[in-house]
Each structure stands twice: as structure tokens, then as C-alpha cells.
Design a protein around this ligand. Sequence first.
Ligand code: APR
Length: 226
Amino acid sequence: MIKKLVVLSGAGISAESGVKTFRDSNGLWENHRIEDVASPEGFQRNPQMVLDFYNARRKQLQEVKPNEAHLLLAKLEEYFEVHIITQNVDDLHERGGSSRIIHLHGELKKARPIDSESETIVWENDLNLGDLNSKGVQLRPHIVWFGEMVPEMDQAVKIAETADIFLVIGTSMQVYPAASLIQFIPDHCEVFVIDPNLDQNFVAADHFLKTSATDGMRKLIEILLK
Ligand code: APR
């Protein structure tokens, strides 16, 4: 019987691809306070600045590529039923070859009208004021901002509840409800954490690999496939 390996990933897995994390540079995300660019209030205050911020993030996707950690996660699909539950809005897990991916916090390459959280459309280029959907409603990035609902959480919990192995990789586990996912795993589930800085007792792990995502994934493969 093939085991289910569930992954909760965060910005740290994309760090070695050159994508900035949120909290490693004293709470600034690309020189912006997160609450100014990742909140409905910030969007209300200065919509074009927020749109420009995500336009820059989306454009950066064309310059970065999946790193070995993304690729090794895809390789594990040869041995396990792998489910990626990511807080990341980049498309590096997709481009790395993973096939089951839930984006808890949305996706840079999708847009949605400001009056709906479910009507998403693929959006690859810049998104600006005046870009409207077919009903004439202003579009916004399909990103879950602070204080907004996390529509995919229920599905993510159902998957975590049936995990045989749970991997936490590259997340500071400071943002909820995403960080609460580990509370839903079954008692028998084996927990691995890969993170160079996370405080050891912050997450109850069976195996704590205090190292980078790429080095940690190489070590994880050895442990899981021995
Ligand atoms: N390899 C692995 N982990 C790394 C690396 C690396 N090379 N570099 C940094 N990290 C770790 C840091 O130690 C930290 O624990 O990645 C984590 C990054 O944490 P955050 O910056 O808080 O990112 P994340 O946990 O994904 O943030 C969650 O917060 O801003 C919101 O919605 C946004 O999805 C985001 C959420």
C-alpha cells in the first residue's frame, strides 16, 4: 500500500530559487511592509501600488526556476502519494513537476474580480486598474490577503488527516490557519521539518533537519528511500 506524504511548504523552499522570503528581512517583503501590500486595507488605500507590487512578483517568475528541493519533491511521487499544500503563490512546485498542489494563499498567475473569491482566471502579465472581467468588475490578484478567507483550507485539512508522513519545509509556521494544519495529522504520522532557522521545539518533529531546503531534501530522500 503506497504511503501518503503530505507537504506544507512556505517561502523558504523558493529561497534558493532567488525568491525572497517574508520574514527573513525583518518583516519586509521586497522593501514593503507586508500589511501594506498583502491586505484588503492596503489595496483600498493604494490599489495601483499593490497591483504594481504583484506585477513585479509575477514578472520575477519569468526569471526564476524551480530548485533541487522542488525537483526532489516531484521525484518522491515515484514512491509516495505526494500532496503539496503550499503557502507560496509562485508556480515553482508546478514547474518542478509536482502533480497534486493546493495553494492556500492563492497564485500570482491568477486574477479574480474584486467581488468574488472563486471566479479566478489565468493572468500571466501585468494587472492594472481598468483591467476588468466580462461583467465590467475590476480584477485583483488571486492572492489571499491578511484577514481574508482561505477557501482551500477545508480540502487541505482533509488531506492532512490522512497523512502517513508530514513534511514541513521552508515555513516559519507563523501564519494561520495554514500553520494549524499540523494539528490535524493522525497520531501515527511521521513528522519531518526542514528549515535552517526554525526553533527546534517550535514544531513537534520526529526528524528535524536544520538545513536548507535543497540539502534537507537530499537528506530526506536518503532517510525515506533507505
Ligand atoms: N531553505 C529552507 N528554509 C528556508 C531557507 C532555505 N534556503 N531560507 C529561509 N528559510 C526558512 C526560514 O527560516 C523561515 O522559517 O523559510 C521560512 C520563511 O518563513 P516566512 O518568510 O515567514 O514565509 P512563510 O512561512 O511562507 O510565510 C507564510 O505569510 O506573509 C504571509 O501569505 C504570506 O504565505 C505567506 C505566509
